[in-house]
Write a protein of this length. Structure first.
Length: 277
């Protein structure tokens, strides 16, 4: 008992530091949540009030009048899911090929793939836009989604996950006469569930919060995403704080729920796929 007490006392500074970090992380979320239900005068009041004196849904009503929220949420969901889920399949195929198949130039191709990670998106943004426009995919879901499916970091993570699997799995499948795609789909891919969930979470989160690309390849207001819609509330002269906070709350909640659902797989996937090392 005494040993446990001494150990607890030694860790008190660590607990205090972690508590301070948690407060720093949660405070903006707490402030955003409460400000969503405050009047503009109360949001700008000094000294600030942490809780709304008279909570109301006025800010959400302003948000709905200013932008078509449901349409933008629908576009964001389509963009996020159709970028992340098919993208995981495509990147998994590439990762499996780099990890398990023997072919000439494999290492060189993999190095070239990794090298693309060092190219800022701003460099390829205009060429991608020109390709989308020339192919007649401007203002379409295809133009929004297809260029964002494959990416080097996902291929790298899937390659790391496949490389960590025992070769006996592959050999037993070949003995049973399983095809190469069967090995990938039925035997190897199910073993990489943590990495797959991790990539889905990262892909959905990245597409959900993407501002520049949807703004670049869509001209019709009805094709805009939620992030594009929220940008309208921050102008050069005025900022509609209440509606902006309400929109930010709507934008943040789905990502929090998604992470909470896949948290266990996310932590495991980042470790097994080499994201942390």
């Amino acid at each position: 008992m005494r040993r446990k007490t001494v150990k607890f006392v030694k860790h008190i500074p660590v607990y205090i530091l972690l508590s301070f970090v948690v407060v720093l992380i949660l405070m903006p979320l707490f402030w955003m949540f409460n400000s969503s239900f405050k009047a503009k005068v109360e949001i700008l009041a000094y000294p600030p009030t942490f809780f709304a004196k008279a909570a109301s849904m006025v800010n959400f009503e302003k948000l709905a009048r200013r932008i078509p929220v449901l349409a933008y949420v629908k576009n964001s969901v389509i963009y996020a899911l159709l970028t992340a889920i098919p993208g995981v399949f495509i990147n998994s195929l590439a990762g499996y090929a780099f990890a398990r198949l023997k072919f000439k130039g494999r290492n060189i191709l993999f190095i070239i793939t990794l090298a693309t990670m060092m190219i800022p998106f701003q460099v390829v943004m205009i060429p991608l836009y020109l390709v989308v426009h020339k192919l007649g995919m401007y203002d379409t879901y295809a133009g929004l989604i297809l260029p964002k499916m494959a990416n080097a970091i996902s291929i790298f993570m899937m390659r790391s996950a496949f490389s960590g699997l025992p070769v006996e799995l592959e050999e037993s499948g070949r003995i049973d006469g399983v095809s190469e795609f069967g090995l990938f789909w039925r035997i190897m891919l199910p073993q990489c569930k943590p990495t797959i969930v991790t990539l889905i979470i990262l892909g959905v989160n990245g597409a959900w919060n993407d501002l520049v690309w949807p703004l670049l390849v869509t001209g019709d207001i009805s094709m805009r995403t939620l992030s594009n819609g929220l940008a309208l509330f921050v102008g050069t002269d005025t900022v509609e704080y209440g509606a902006a906070f309400a929109g930010a709350l709507i934008s943040v909640l789905p990502m929090l729920v998604l992470y909470l659902i896949g948290q266990r797989y996310f932590v495991e996937g980042t470790v097994t796929s080499g994201l942390k090392g």
